[in-house]
Design a protein around this ligand. Structure first.
Ligand code: NAP
Length: 260
């Protein structure tokens, strides 16, 4: 379905981004991976993905918290593949704290990675998409882009910002063959969530097990984690021609969390 297209997926060395990159490569898209990690492990991942899918896969280690590195990442993808047809702004970080104690450098880091990186990537990739008259921008927001939870002020603010950015961009490019949507997942058991369990347990004074059951999964009426493959399948659908009228949407995939 996506043969001849190129996808750039930020934060794709792990979790949701890796699943999205894998699914897009399976559909035939060339893929630029991005994210940190041990270089040898990333090379193994890249080569494995290329061998398993037959699609061309590259990796760029840009730190998306830095505007110039985001622009360089988009440029490198265009130079290596000829285009960025599909842009998935996925990289994300989290930090839990009461708002009146929130460390300012953590606040700034979250805004840079979660919100500002998407702006810089969209700004750099849009001219090429407009020239070609086709593009798909998918911003991985969160249920926290639509509703809030305590102790996550920076993340909630940034993810709400991602939904606003998505809507504005969608309106600007609606007639240019480009769609821009936000995916809003509920809890997915990736390293990002694993890393929060201890912090939440401490903040709520609960065991790890009780935190998963009574704090994390209590938000999701389905009482189970969303799987990365479910999000990847939605991303693939959004890249298809039958999704050309879906734009400016904030699509929940959250087990009913935001239906409450
Ligand atoms: P994850 O497994 O921690 O993956 C995040 C990815 O982003 C990793 O590849 C990470 O690399 C990369 N990354 C972090 N900071 C970066 C930076 N400055 N520059 C480049 N790459 C960077 O997390 P995930 O759960 O898959 O999250 C992916 C997205 O989904 C995030 O935007 C997150 O907010 C969102 N989301 C997640 C959930 C959930 O429950 N998991 C729910 C809703 C939304 P390293 O691993 O090397 O740091």
């Amino acid at each position: 379905m996506l043969k001849g297209k190129t996808a750039l997926v930020t934060g794709s060395t792990s979790g949701i981004g890796l699943a999205v990159a894998t699914a897009l490569a399976r559909e035939g898209a060339g893929v630029m991976l991005n994210g940190f990690g041990d270089p040898a492990a990333i090379e193994e991942l890249r080569a494995g993905l290329e061998a398993a899918t037959g699609s061309r896969v590259r990796h760029h280690a840009a730190d998306v918290a830095v505007a110039a590195e985001v622009a360089a990442l988009v440029r490198a993808t265009e130079e290596s593949f000829g285009a960025v047809d599909i842009l998935v702004n996925n990289a994300g970080i989290q930090f839990l704290s009461a708002v009146d104690e929130f460390p300012e450098e953590r606040w700034k880091a979250i805004q840079d990675v979660v919100l500002n990186a998407g702006f810089h990537a969209i700004k750099a990739a849009l001219p090429g998409m407009k020239r070609r008259g086709w593009g798909r921008i998918i911003n991985v927001s969160s249920a926290h882009g639509l509703v809030a939870s305590p102790f996550k002020s920076a993340y909630v603010a940034a993810k709400h910002g991602v939904v606003g950015l998505t809507r504005s961009v969608a309106l600007e490019v609606a007639e240019a063959g480009i769609t821009c949507n936000a995916i809003c997942p509920g809890y997915v058991r990736t390293p990002l969530v694993e890393g929060q369990i201890d912090g939440l347990a401490q903040l709520h004074g609960l065991s790890r097990e009780k935190t998963v059951r009574d704090v994390i999964l209590s938000t999701q009426p389905t009482r189970r984690f969303v799987e990365v493959e479910e999000i990847a399948a939605l991303a693939v659908y959004l890249c298809g021609e039958m999704a050309r009228s879906i734009t400016g949407a904030a699509l929940s995939i959250d087990g009913g969390w935001t239906a409450r």
